[in-house]
Ligand binder design. Structure first.
Ligand code: PA5
Length: 448
């Protein structure tokens, strides 16, 4: 039987006054009630809360059937999307996939590529060059249907797909995930007759990984979306308001990080010891950054991959400004076994490790780092995950989402909006002279 993910907070709580975390219980429970009763700020974006437990078998079957069509007709699938329309899918696919898929692809699964998440001309050149001659399909993901980065990539990809594969096949292997009615992505999908999925109005981008935004690409990559959803649905129960505060991991995490913030710990570093979790870090950064960074407030969400970054950021974390705390995602058991080999010459002096699993060394690095950082004044939480599979990733996703909702309300911000994201877009359109932006163009040019 699978073990639930578990949060350890003692090495963070030791930096706080006795009772500081417990004192937050009434506010945490009030935040939970506001979320459940839909009375909190941003209450029109709470569709994520019971999404996992309400997904129907028919919906999952529709996603799997669409994934089957793409898998049967494509050797490569490009997922076009940015921010919340990108990071969740990539996080899960990279956590579950072979790190060397590029080189080791055995043809059983399509190669999954990502676009529409930057405006890099070289990136797009190299991508479209790579796709030449390949049997590729596209999943175009955009809730607004108007995001520049995604629209640009989709223009290029659609054209190339139609030219390379013919209009009829392109219509089969291009799928849209977008709003029910509005936006260019919806208009194009309806006009071309693409298969499409709807992003619910009441689910914001960064909370949308369990909608088709995440589930379709994950299913296309060959992973078990039912197990992912089951993990999230089980975590709904484990983080529900009726679960006592001391046993509720989402409530504990939200409370501890807010107590630390109130004590001057302004930056949280999410740490992993598995390179496959790099994009989970990225997903988490967006979730917390967009949800909490507003009104002049918010813990800055940073992330590192250890032990890699111990050789770059380790010095700062050990001895830099003491305004940080860490949350370590610790995977108990890797999927594969590699033993430390014997070497007759033993020039590196490492024969004492002979026969040990590589993960045993990794775990001692993890423990040694935790103790060193705590000694150096860095509060440390640990999220212990039995293994990297769909079920546990589903648990992690919902755990972080639920805690994020609670945490944002403790901080007294609206965790479900992102008004600040518009500022750069307005300037960019003004600088580019987009029709309708004439006044802004004039004003911004006067500043240059
Ligand atoms: O979380 C969010 O709302 C954002 O990151 C969006 O997901 C991102 O800006 C992409 O937007 P859209 O899906 O409308 O293209």
């Amino acid at each position: 039987m699978s073990k639930n993910i578990r949060l350890e907070v003692s090495k963070a709580a030791q930096f706080l006054a006795a009772g500081a975390v417990e004192a937050l219980e009434p506010r945490v429970k009030a935040a939970q009630k506001a979320l459940e009763d839909s009375t909190c700020a941003g209450n029109d974006f709470l569709g994520w809360m019971h999404l996992a437990s309400s997904i129907t078998p028919e919906h999952l079957a529709d996603l799997k059937e669409t994934a089957k069509v793409l898998r049967e007709n494509c050797d490569t699938i490009v997922v076009a999307g940015i921010g919340g329309s990108y990071l969740g899918a990539r996080a899960v696919i990279e956590a579950l996939g072979n790190s060397f898929e590029w080189l080791a692809n055995d043809g059983k699964n399509p190669i999954m590529l990502f676009a529409g998440n930057n405006i890099g001309e070289d990136y797009l050149y190299e991508l479209t060059t790579y796709l030449k001659g390949r049997k590729f399909g596209v999943i175009n993901i955009s809730k607004s249907g108007t995001t520049t980065e995604t629209a640009l990539a989709f223009r290029l990809l659609r054209k190339q797909c139609e030219e390379q594969r013919g209009i009829e096949m392109a219509r089969k292997v291009i799928v849209a995930v977008t709003d029910a009615k509005k936006g260019a992505a919806r208009v194009t999908a309806d006009k071309e007759g693409y298969k499409s999925f709807i992003i619910p109005d009441n689910v914001g981008g960064r909370f949308s990984v369990l909608t088709p935004v995440g589930l379709l690409p994950i299913a296309c990559a060959g992973f078990d979306i039912e197990a992912l959803v089951k993990g999230a649905a089980d975590m709904e129960k484990l983080t529900a308001p009726e679960v006592p505060f001391a046993e509720n991991p989402a409530e504990q995490y939200a409370a501890v990080r807010n107590a630390l913030y109130a004590n001057g710990k302004k930056t949280e570093i999410l740490v992993n010891f598995q390179p496959k979790l790099h994009y989970m870090n990225e997903w988490w950064k967006q979730l917390y950054g967009e949800s909490e960074g507003k009104d002049g407030k918010g813990i800055f969400p940073a992330a590192v991959d250890f032990t890699t970054d111990l050789h770059s950021m380790g010095q700062w974390i050990q001895e830099g400004e003491r305004t940080i705390f860490e949350t370590v995602v610790s995977v108990e058991t890797p999927e594969h076994t590699v033993l430390f080999p014997h070497d007759d010459e033993n020039l590196d002096g490492l024969n004492f490790l002979e026969g040990k699993r590589v993960d045993e060394v990794n775990k001692m690095a993890e423990l040694g780092t935790q103790l060193a950082h705590v000694d150096g004044g860095v509060p440390n939480m640990r999220l212990v995950v039995e293994r990297l599979d769909e079920y546990h990733l589903g648990q992690m996703i919902y755990f972080f989402e639920r805690a994020c909702g609670i945490s944002g309300l403790l901080l007294e911000v609206n965790p479900f909006n992102q008004p600040g994201v518009e500022a750069y877009k307005k300037n960019m359109f003004a600088l580019l002279g987009k029709p309708g932006y004439e006044k802004e163009t004039e004003a911004i040019k006067a500043r240059l």
